[in-house]
Design a protein around this ligand. Structure first.
Ligand SMILES: Nc1ncnc2c1ncn2[C@@H]1O[C@H](COP(=O)(O)OP(=O)(O)O)[C@@H](O)[C@H]1O
Ligand SMILES: Cc1ncc(COP(=O)(O)OP(=O)(O)O)c(N)n1
Length: 274
């Protein structure tokens, strides 16, 4: 049987809950062979980001070349890209692979408030990376930065999704984790044919949400790599992140990571029952 392969182009989180580490753990859980291009190393744990160390550009280019020259990638995702120089370099490289589905997670700020992307990089994000994306997955503050106005309601999320789609991303998923809805965690997906879908789950009372965005987009990438449609991939991603938040791991002393095993364990338990 063919082994499905995917790549994440992102930053390393020494705390293991977000970034490259979350992506590879998620790929593994979805039975996808994970490869990586590390753009920056962060000294990070559940309490915050203590340092950011970008990898020299040549190192990033060589990783890109090494991975793409050898692996049969079913899908690729981007995460923390640091600044406009990395954004442009990654976009220029990915332009050569228009047939590989690309998920862009426009990582800007960590939950603790640390900036993971230079403000000046927003212009390049919109002009170079967004038009290449099969799917872009901003959270609410990231979507507000992209559309340059506030998003206060569900109607605003729908309008913003159309605005982001006009920037060139075929499909847009606006995540509602930062929203005011205290009962539900509700995301909005606008697909390339103009159809909108709400994906809602219960909102859990937990501080263990470090890396939710990375994990969600990595699961979607893994499913796209298997040839699933964007809607199927996002539905699986939502179920994966719901289980990962619900079944929290009591790890670290701050905003802890999600449970990457939870969804697979639930699936295997159901298989055993049937
Ligand atoms: N407390 C929570 N309970 C349940 N789901 C949540 C919670 N917080 C976030 N989510 C969900 O996790 C996913 C990632 O959301 P979000 O927090 O908005 O992204 P990010 O991690 O990029 O900031 C979304 O599906 C969102 O609805
Ligand atoms: C190295 C690195 N990349 C991305 C993030 C942000 O991840 P995200 O999934 O948005 O989760 P939070 O940090 O918001 O909890 C990160 N922290 N580090």
């Amino acid at each position: 049987m063919r082994t499905v392969q995917a790549c994440t182009i992102a930053g390393s989180d020494s705390g293991g809950g977000a970034g490259i580490q979350a992506d590879i753990k998620t790929f593994q859980e979805r039975e996808v062979f994970g490869t990586s291009v590390i753009v920056a190393i962060t000294a990070q744990n559940t309490k915050g980001v203590n340092g950011i160390y970008p990898i020299p550009m040549q190192g990033v280019q060589e990783q890109l070349e090494a991975v793409f020259a050898d692996f049969d990638l079913g899908a690729v995702k981007t995460g923390m890209l640091v600044d406009e120089t990395y954004m442009i370099a990654v976009a220029n490289f990915l332009k050569k692979y228009p047939l590989i589905p690309l998920v862009v997670d426009p990582v800007m700020i960590a939950k603790g408030g640390a900036s993971l992307m230079a403000a000046e990089a927003m212009k390049e994000m919109k002009e170079t990376l967004v038009p290449l994306a099969t799917l872009i997955t901003p959270n609410l503050p990231e979507a507000e930065e992209l559309v340059e106005h506030t998003i206060m309601s569900e109607d605003d999320m729908v309008v913003a999704a159309y605005e982001i789609q006009k920037m060139g991303s075929c499909n847009v998923l606006i995540k509602g984790g930062h929203g005011a809805n205290q009962r539900e965690a509700k995301d909005y997906l606008l697909t390339d044919d103009g159809t909108g879908y709400w994906l809602a789950g219960p909102r859990y009372e937990t501080k263990h949400t470090h890396g939710t965005g990375c994990t969600y987009s990595a699961c979607i990438t893994a499913e796209l790599a298997k040839g699933k449609s964007v809607l199927e991939a996002v539905r699986t991603g939502k179920a994966f992140i719901d289980a990962a938040i619900k079944d929290e791991l009591k790890i670290g002393h701050g905003q802890g990571p999600t449970n990457h095993w939870a969804f697979g364990r639930k699936e295997r338990a159901n298989d055993e029952k049937n």
